[in-house]
Design a protein. Structure first.
Length: 295
């Protein structure tokens, strides 16, 4: 059983597959950007009309390839589950940061350069998103700066304790489960949006702007269940208080990210920052515990 899980994990999550996935998604992202720009050009010369403002803005067109880049980040999140829980959580923070940055490109289409900047809701949202992305970028830097770098031995099977090997095996099994889940949710999101466009173009545009609620909302629900399972199983392999609390903090952080998809406006920005700040503080305190215990 262990050999099968390892073989499947290596097949789906090997560095070679990761590199190939990166090239494929980047190619799709570039193609989608060119197609979006072509549609804008055709709309400009009057062949057909793109009614939504953000679809007609060349800068806002970056929103489209960013959607595919985010899918690659989700794959990286799954890729790092067997390797490092800390990096896995960090990838969640990277994803939510990229979602905010992608939203900035959409916000640009609605920005109005007037003296009443703080009176316009679109201008305010653009300002909140820009500031939020800066805060998140700094918090992710702090998070990774406090992430412990584990030494990799030349013979891992001889160095890793049996209980730790079982935990890594479980993480590989979870990662294997998440790969088809990711694919299924991607197909569902694309099919849902496509069918909405066919039925009603206007509704399709609305669904495109709310694509996070179709895919990432559901995916983070799956991640919450994954995090809780990892937390519960970790009790079998460690009874150290600071590690249990750190992992619990990570679960709460993921839940907050999930909740952010249910909110709008400045509340959404506050919840996102709170989620990343919460996980970062828990990691910092955990490391302080580690240093104290080593003294």
């Amino acid at each position: 059983m262990e050999r099968i899980i390892t073989s499947v994990s290596d097949f789906l999550l090997s560095p070679r597959v990761k590199k190939r996935t990166e090239k494929i998604i980047l190619a799709i992202a570039i193609a989608s950007y060119i197609i979006h720009l072509l549609l804008i050009f055709l709309s400009t010369i009057g062949i057909f009309e793109l009614k939504e403002e953000f679809l007609n803005n060349p800068i806002a067109a970056i929103y489209t390839p960013f959607s595919f880049i985010l899918l690659y980040e989700v794959y990286l999140l799954v890729y790092y589950i067997p390797k490092s829980i800390t990096i896995y959580i960090g990838k969640q923070y990277e994803i939510i940061t990229l979602i905010v940055i992608r939203r900035i490109f959409k916000d640009i289409a609605y920005v109005e350069l007037t003296s009443d900047w703080f009176q316009d809701s679109n201008d305010l949202q653009f300002t909140f998103d820009v500031l939020t992305s800066l805060v998140l970028f700094f918090l992710i830097f702090v998070f990774y700066s406090n992430a412990k770098k584990k030494r990799v031995t030349t013979n891992p099977s001889a160095a890793i304790m049996p209980n730790v090997k079982k935990f890594i095996l479980l993480k590989k099994l979870l990662a294997i489960f998440l790969v088809p889940t990711l694919i299924a949710l991607s197909i569902y999101a694309l099919f849902h949006w496509g069918s909405t466009v066919v039925e009603n173009y206007a509704d399709g545009i609305i669904e495109f702007k709310k694509i996070n609620n179709i895919f990432f909302d559901q995916f983070f629900t799956v991640l919450i269940m994954t995090d809780v399972l990892l937390l519960l199983v970790s009790f079998f392999y460690s009874d150290e208080f600071h590690k249990i609390i750190r992992n619990s903090g990570f679960v709460i952080s993921t839940i907050l990210i999930k909740v952010s998809f249910l909110s709008e406006g400045i509340l959404n920005n506050v919840i996102i920052i709170s989620a990343v700040l919460f996980g970062t503080i828990f990691l910092v305190i955990h490391n302080l515990y580690e240093r104290k215990l080593e003294m």
